[in-house]
Design a protein around this ligand. Structure first.
Ligand code: ASP
Length: 439
């Protein structure tokens, strides 16, 4: 059994958090490889070290002094080292970074130093070796992850190292320059390492007890999700439910490695398991999660005998493609097709697209619905439970919410409904009430 662990910024924000991390790592011998983020927020108004680093870079770029901001970064690292009683000295290296910033070093290099120092400190505290991401995470010249090289190098290096701490968030370009992933990218590093060492589990330690059935900003105290499949996760993430960096899912998913989202501040909680497949079903949990997102536009096209007109759908999509617009959903009837796109993708193009469509596909009717929100009711158990769709529609009807569009994925994993933006929150509340597990 082999586990790769990633600890987020709030899990490594101060010495007290470092102690929790140590207890977690040492609780199981199979917890061998640890990916660390930069120190995050200790309290609500606090600032992440990554943000402070980025500010230093920005200040210097505008020829402003950045000494005070840099001092705060230095104080945070020194505070952790002191409070943990470590002998590690990073003074000289911090000075080198400060000089490099003053000399205009790249923003990615600066941003990456939070992970670098925090991982060195963690390695020292855990008493296990440090492996720099610059030696094992590789990008190609055009800035994409070089998966092949990365995989091989990590596999070989870690074969010689039974345990290691590796900084998240960055790697190296062919020329030797540091490059970071997008924000929150330590999740990706963890996933890459888990794949390369063929881990049995990727534990992603954060400050919540895993995923929730609905957005806690909208629903009071939503039920936690114990287990969710990768497909379900994809459907819910698309609608804005996020716990993990989107790109972090692919490496482990590809290898069928489960992810366990856990809470550093509540290690007794089992968290959420994200798995390739599961047979686990519960009568009480026909629906795994409910999410909704605004910002869509639907173009509704009607034409008699559309079904028998060869190439009709293709011409509709081709028209959009020529304007560089990709579609999100495509529900259709015998004589109708609706193309749902992100409203932002149509900016400044809507009139032209409608004119193109009128010319290219000669619809009997064409209507544009703006301010559309999409809701997704997602659940692997829906396939075997008749009547879920009926319950969704009845619930919305009871709330007097008008449904503008319905799409049921062919996998029967999700039901998507399009409604007016203004109805999104009441709809989510009503649907949650209908499908929440009975306590
Ligand atoms: N420290 C980086 C950020 O704040 C990366 C991470 O924490 O995953 O985005």
């Amino acid at each position: 059994m082999l586990k790769v662990l990633k600890f987020g910024g709030s899990s490594l924000a101060d010495a007290e958090q470092f102690r929790k991390v140590k207890a977690i790592v040492e609780a199981e011998p199979e917890r061998r490889y640890v990916i660390a983020s930069a120190p995050g927020k200790r309290f609500f108004e606090d600032e992440k070290v990554t943000d402070l680093l980025l500010r230093c870079h920005a200040l210097n770029k505008d020829r402003n002094p950045f000494d005070d901001t840099f001092q705060r970064i230095s104080d945070r690292f020194h505070g952790i080292i002191r409070d943990l009683g470590l002998k590690l000295s990073i003074e000289d290296e911090l000075e080198t970074v400060k000089k490099a910033i003053a000399n205009g070093v790249s923003v990615d290099y600066v941003a990456s130093r939070g992970e670098y120092f925090n991982s060195m400190i963690l390695a020292d505290f855990l008493g296990i070796p440090f492996l720099d991401a610059e030696e094992c995470i590789f990008f190609t010249a055009d800035g994409k992850l070089d998966s092949k090289k990365t995989n091989t190098v990590i596999e070989n290096r870690l074969a010689m190292m039974p345990r290691a701490v590796i900084p998240g968030f960055y790697g190296v370009l062919p020329g030797g320059e540091i490059k970071t992933f997008s924000r929150g990218g330590s999740d990706i590093t963890g996933s890459i390492v888990a794949e390369a060492v063929d881990a049995d589990l990727y534990e992603n330690w954060t400050d919540v007890n895993g995923m929730l059935m609905a957005d806690p900003r909208i629903i009071d105290d939503p039920a936690p999700i114990d287990i969710i499949t990768y497909r379900e996760l994809r459907e819910l993430s698309y609608m804005g439910a996020t716990v993990l960096h989107e790109d972090a899912v692919f490496p482990v998913r590809r290898s069928g490695i489960p992810i366990n989202i856990r809470n550093t501040n509540d290690p007794a909680d089992k968290g959420t398991m994200i798995v390739p497949h599961t047979d686990e079903k519960s009568e009480d949990r026909v629906v795994t999660g409910i999410a909704g997102k605004t910002g869509f536009t639907a173009i509704y096209i009607e034409k008699d005998m559309m079904n028998s007109e060869l190439g009709y759908g293709r011409r509709v999509l081709e028209t959009l493609e020529r304007r560089g617009i990709s579609f999100e959903h495509l529900p259709s009837g015998i004589d109708t097709v609706t193309v749902v796109v992100h409203t932002s993708a149509l900016e400044g193009k809507l009139d032209a697209v409608v004119a193109d469509l009128k010319r290219n596909v000669r619809p009997d009717t064409i209507r544009v619905y703006d301010n559309l929100a999409l809701l997704a009711v997602v659940g692997r158990s829906m396939v075997s439970s008749p009547g879920v769709a009926a319950r969704v529609f009845a619930t919305l009807a009871r709330e007097n919410i008008n449904i503008r569009m319905i799409d049921q994925g062919s996998s029967e994993l999700n039901i998507i409904v399009g409604i007016a933006d203004k109805d999104r929150i009441p709809a989510l509340k009503a649907l949650y009430k209908e499908f929440a597990p009975k306590k």
